[in-house]
Design a protein around this ligand. Structure first.
Ligand code: ADP
Ligand code: ZN
Length: 210
């Protein structure tokens, strides 16, 4: 199954991607995670992306398209994959089509802006391995350190309220048009993000079959 997860920043795409990844044994590919890892390792890509990411802007299309082209050519993508956070613009979606990749389903997770702003303030991330948590919806075992590596959890710089508002603006302007792009293909399914993660997951799994 080749899947795309669409939705505003903080709608819960990453969490749903992890669940589907387990369930279907296909890799979850997050452009945000790939870029953050490049940042932690101070690679050329990381340095190029930093100012865009920190200010809530999108990293230029050609940069992320190359990241995805490379990632999708790996062996583990042969039987399918989940794209979390790509495509985010119409040119990115067109590039995916040009790569000859036929997507089976696009799941759009809808959460209203007011809820997003509140949710983002509770997000935490591990600065060492990149695992993400939420103080209410997905806390780590002790609430302060990473379950996977024990590092102290921190807030992402781009989760600051002003930056979140900019990311939402960018989402509505550049990413939301993708709903129409994929609605036309008959592959789009809309899932309303619920208060409880498990409830959203149930809806997502239904949407995979329907
Ligand atoms: P969220 O979904 O919570 O916004 P991500 O981790 O997916 O967070 O993305 C964080 C940032 O990484 C984005 O604000 C953007 O700067 C960059 N980014 C991730 N994916 C893309 C993409 N497909 N195109 C352009 N920029 C991207
Ligand atoms: Zn960690």
């Amino acid at each position: 199954m080749k899947l795309i997860l669409l939705g505003a920043p903080g709608a819960g795409k990453g969490t749903q991607a992890e669940v589907i990844c387990e369930k279907l044994s296909i890799p979850a590919i997050s452009t945000g995670n790939i870029i953050r890892e490049a940042l932690r390792n101070s690679t050329e890509l990381g340095l190029k992306a930093k100012s865009y990411m920190d200010s809530g802007k999108l990293v230029p299309d050609d940069v992320v398209i190359e990241i995805i082209r490379e990632r999708l050519s790996k062996e583990d993508c042969k039987n399918g994959f989940i794209l979390d956070g790509f495509p985010r613009t119409v040119p990115q979606a067109e590039a995916l089509d040009r790569m000859g990749i036929v997507i089976d389903r696009v799941i759009d997770i809808e959460v209203p802006d007011e809820k997003i702003e509140a949710r983002m303030s509770g997000r935490r991330v591990c600065g060492k391995c990149g695992a993400s948590y939420h103080i209410d919806y997905k806390p780590s075992r002790d609430g302060v350190t990473c379950d996977a590596c024990g590092e102290k959890l921190v807030q992402r710089k781009d989760d600051a309220p002003e930056t979140v508002r900019e990311r939402l603006r960018v989402y509505h302007e550049q990413t939301e048009p993708l709903k129409d792009y994929y609605r036309g293909t008959g592959k789009l399914r809309v899932v309303i993000g619920q208060e409880e993660v498990a409830d959203t997951t149930r809806e997502t799994l239904k949407a995979l079959e329907a």
